[in-house]
Design a protein around this ligand. Structure first.
Ligand code: ADP
Ligand code: LRH
Length: 478
């Protein structure tokens, strides 16, 4: 009987349920795809986590009706830094707040008044971004003290979904590191940071490593979706970027970097240990947990989010925007050429009716004395040029700080379908770009389940299968 794994991969723009199996390589089928819904209520931006869980249930039920007893396990990976608070009866206390909500405004300075930037970085090695769990929890201390006092547990989003699937509460390593509360050298939660924020250490569990089988699906859930056999819930590399990096088709010993390209652009290298130094702090490079228990030494770059928000704004005005068409048109759109500094903080927050993302770009162009784009393709071209420039700079920083040579860049994720951006990146970086796979994150998720169930030897075996799969295209610098 074929053994199949269900991967639930939730990015900030969209989620998918995928079934994968080892069958002449690492083969997969997309069962369902849905938007990662969020909504603003009384001024707060929330994830619609109940809708998302309903989509997971429907996807799993569909996978079961197609493959029945062949389904062995399920694994969940999601975007980083967000969480839900759980009360003493095991209930979610409120809808999780979106990391782009305004509540973290000013929270970095608030936290730095209690514990220094240097100390936080030496404890965690994590890039400073106001979206980090650390600053979200600092906002709860200020704005929701009673709620936080009643909370028994903090579960990061994939931990929460794993809990709803299995009944087991556990904080997984890769997603735990995105919090900026975890010490990757001592391999435990950071006491000095918990003390500075007056947070109870018991809010988090001991960390479990990627590939830990949590247990079977809850019996009530199994009945609801019609599962007649035991399906295991595996804590994979629960941070989506860790799952994506697990599936980079690199060969052993290769001197390469990866770029996970989606809502965010995550560019970096793998390292067995954390690299925490004044230089890595100066360059604001992060040390997040990897699928093999090691480290992803990388930069968080604003990513295709800016384009997603432009698309939302253009569609609200009635324009239909197809990403592949837009990428092709951007390649030709040479009038009114500009280049965006994609990491400018003004682009972090969602656009509003009176403050749209295209409007912010026009404001930026006026301030920097650049031509104002007019068509979607012209807007997109400047975003892509800015992203490629940021990739080039980040590659240099990462190579300089780590002392590693980088001869190839593997681009994975939805953004690797953008052939214009792939070529621009190769040109700016001056190294070949290897693009694919698009669904790297789900593949990394499946690999961890296959390793946990003894069907795959290790990550390299999975990477070799992906590399041999043939969906990889190379872009050579001009
Ligand atoms: P996430 O998982 O972070 O939600 P994805 O990995 O799904 O994001 O990547 C989504 C991005 O990929 C989109 O914002 C878009 O810019 C890009 N993209 C998706 N499809 C295409 C396509 N056919 N051609 C070019 N770019 C694409
Ligand atoms: C990408 C990602 C990234 C950051 C951000 C919040 O989806 O996980 O690594 O953590 O979302």
């Amino acid at each position: 009987m074929m053994r199949r794994y269900v991967a639930v991969d939730l990015g900030a723009e969209s989620g998918r349920v995928i079934v994968g199996q080892l069958d002449n390589g690492l083969d997969f089928e997309v069962i369902s795809r849905f938007p990662s819904r969020n909504t603003r209520i009384q001024g707060t931006l929330y994830w619609d986590i109940l809708y998302i869980f309903e989509q997971i249930k429907q996807g799993l039920a569909k996978a079961l009706s197609s493959y029945g007893r062949e389904i062995v396990s399920i694994g969940v990976d999601t975007w980083g830094v967000d969480y839900g608070l759980i009360d003493s009866r095991g209930r979610l206390m409120a809808n999780p707040v979106h990391y782009r909500d305004d509540r973290t405004d000013g929270m970095m300075d608030e936290v730095f008044s209690r514990i220094s930037r240097e100390k936080i970085y030496s404890e965690t090695g994590i890039q400073f971004m106001q979206i980090n769990t650390l600053f979200q929890l600092a906002a709860e201390v200020e704005q929701n003290r009673e709620g936080l006092e009643r909370a028994e547990r903090v579960l990061m989003i994939p931990d929460l979904l794993n809990y709803w699937l299995s009944g087991i509460m556990a904080n997984e390593y890769s997603i735990a590191t995105t919090s900026q509360l975890y010490n990757p050298v001592k391999r435990c939660w950071s006491r000095p940071i918990f003390e500075a924020l007056k947070l109870q250490p018991s809010l988090f569990t001991d960390v479990v490593m990627p590939g830990t089988v949590l247990g079977p699906l809850r019996p009530d859930l199994a009945r609801e979706i019609g599962a007649e056999h035991q399906i295991l819930v595996t804590a994979v590399a629960c941070h989506d970027t860790a799952s994506a990096v697990a599936a980079v088709p690199s060969r052993p010993g290769e001197e390469s970097a990866y770029l996970s390209s989606g809502t965010w652009s995550l560019l970096g290298i793998e390292s067995p240990e954390a690299i925490i130094s004044p230089r890595s702090l100066g360059a604001n490079i992060t040390n997040e947990g990897a699928a093999d228990g090691g480290i992803r030494f990388l930069k968080n770059i604003m990513g295709l989010w800016i384009l997603q928000e432009c698309r939302r704004s253009w569609e609200a005005e009635g324009a239909g925007i197809d990403y592949s068409v837009l990428a092709r048109e951007a390649a030709e759109a040479k009038n009114r050429e500009y280049e965006l500094n994609v990491n400018d903080p003004r682009f972090l927050k969602p656009g509003r009716a009176d403050d749209t993302m295209p409007g912010r770009i026009l404001e930026y162009c006026a301030e920097t004395g650049q031509p104002a784009p007019q068509t979607p393709a012209e807007f997109a071209r400047g975003i892509f040029r800015g992203l490629a420039a940021a990739y080039g700079r980040s590659l240099e920083e990462i190579s300089g700080v780590s002392g590693r040579d980088i001869h190839t860049l593997h681009i994975i994720g939805g953004g690797c379908q953008n052939r214009f951006l792939n070529q621009l990146t190769a040109d700016v970086a001056g190294i070949p770009v290897s693009a694919g796979p698009v669904e790297a994150t789900a593949l990394g998720n499946i690999m961890l389940q296959a390793i946990a169930s003894g069907d795959l030897k290790n990550l390299q075996e999975g990477r070799d299968l992906i590399g041999a799969g043939g969906d990889i295209e190379t872009f050579t610098p001009a």
